[in-house]
Structure formats: C-alpha cells, structure tokens
Design a protein around this ligand. Structure first.
Ligand SMILES: [Zn+2]
Length: 248
C-alpha cells in the first residue's frame, strides 16, 4: 500500500509540470530564442500566489521570469486564452517595438536581494504585441479541439459584437484564429472593466474618444487597451488614445 501511495505521488510529481504548464511550455518554445537574442537571458515562467500584478520579473541574472499572479484574477473571468493574452502582454514588454524604458528587476544573490536592469517596451507597445503573439500561439496550438467555435461564446457578446467579429475576421488569413483572438480580447476587456469597477465591459467595436499628448507609457483605461488589442489582432495602427506623437 505504501509503495503504491509513493508511486502515485511520484507519478503526480512527474506529470504535474506537463499537465499544468502546456501554455507556458508552448510560449517558451515560441519565444525563448528571441528573448535570449535580445537580453542574453533565458525566458522562464512562474506562478506566484501573492502580489498585485502579473509582470516581468528577473529571478536570477541568467533568466527573465514572467510571474503570473493567480490570486488577483476572479476565476469566472479567466480562461486559458485570457491567460495566454496576459502572458503575451508581458512578452510584449520584452519583444515589442518602440522606445524602451528602464525596468529594475530584483534577483536573489547569496540570499540577499539585488537589482539588475533591463530595457523594456511600454504598456501600449506590450498590448500592441498581443495580436502577433496570439496568432503565433494559436497557430502553434494545432490541437483542433482547442479551436472553439464562436457560437459557443455568444453569451458574452452582444449581437453587434458577434457581427463585428464575423465581419472583421472574414478577410483575415485564418478566420478561426482571428475570431478566437478577438474573443480573448473581449474576455480581457471584461477583466479590465472588473478592475476598473465599471458596470460593464467596453464593446469590441468601441473606440476611445481620448487623444494622448505624445506617447503615454503607462496602463491606459480598459477601453483604450481593448482598442489597442483589437487593432493588434486586425493589423491596424496604434490608437491615438495612447500613441499620439504628433500631439506634443
Ligand atoms: Zn504591462
């Protein structure tokens, strides 16, 4: 009996990393080389229970760790595709375009805390990277069972949003991937609205009325972020709610 119990434990330990981290493993396979080329550090993922933000965080001087802060997200608003979107945003800080900002990363050194710095893309650029990243990830995710039909998600969408997704993705190379990406964007908009304590999430086809002064480098509001994400999926330009270099 004891042997059997131990075998089960060993088996659980053996399968746990594969079972729990398919998403992380795939993103690692897709982007580790690009991150190494840019930062001479390997890409790593970790899940931590406490904290306020999912972020890029250096655990050692040899790797860049993306921490996923599981506790902060209400489970009813999180599915695997939103989680992929959040990871893609963090990867966007590392691989996105635009002027880089300095970020200080804590890492352990002989039991103490030290800081190292890397240059990362701003929040808007990180969001703007998401469309490409989701496309890479969903293309790589060849198990067709994961490609959900849009009809199943209808409950969270208004009729106009449903038609917007169908119409917008019609001319995209891979219609299903485009639809799946916009559904993830909608789920993220619901999450962002939740954190802003808004009664309802912005609608997918809504655009922000705000015009930034120059380039805003911090998190924009839910509507501006959603517009950025939609444009990144559909191959549009950066929205002027955070990117407006003409308006200095
Ligand atoms: Zn960010």
């Amino acid at each position: 009996m004891k042997l059997c119990f131990e075998t089960v434990i060993i088996l659980l330990i053996a399968i746990a990393p594969c079972w729990a981290s398919t998403l992380e493993r795939r993103l690692h396979e897709l982007y580790d080389a690009a991150v190494f080329q840019e930062y001479q550090r390997n890409l790593d993922f970790s899940r931590v229970l406490w904290g306020t933000e999912t972020k890029v965080r250096g655990a050692t001087d040899n790797s860049i760790v993306i921490n996923y802060k599981a506790r902060e997200f209400p489970t009813q608003l999180i599915d695997l595709d939103v989680k992929a979107l959040i990871y893609c945003h963090e990867l966007g800080h590392l691989l996105g375009e635009g002027k880089r900002e300095k970020l200080y990363l804590p890492f352990r050194f002989f039991g103490g805390k030290r800081f190292s710095s890397i240059m990362i893309a701003n929040e808007g650029e990180a969001d703007f990277f998401v469309g490409q990243c989701l496309h890479d990830y969903f293309s790589y995710d060849s198990e067709k069972k994961h490609l959900r039909k849009i009809e199943k998600q209808k409950l969270f969408l208004t009729t106009q949003e449903f038609e917007f997704i169908e119409r917008s993705c019609l001319t995209e190379g891979d219609e299903l991937i485009c639809q799946r990406s916009l559904l993830a964007v909608k789920s993220f908009a619901r999450l962002a609205a939740h954190f802003e304590k808004r009664d309802s999430a912005p609608l997918l086809y809504e655009t922000s009325p705000n015009a930034a002064k120059d380039i805003y480098v911090f998190h924009s509001d839910a509507l501006c972020r959603m517009e950025t994400l939609v444009r990144s999926v559909l191959g549009g330009g950066r929205p002027s709610c955070w990117y407006n270099p003409q308006n200095k």
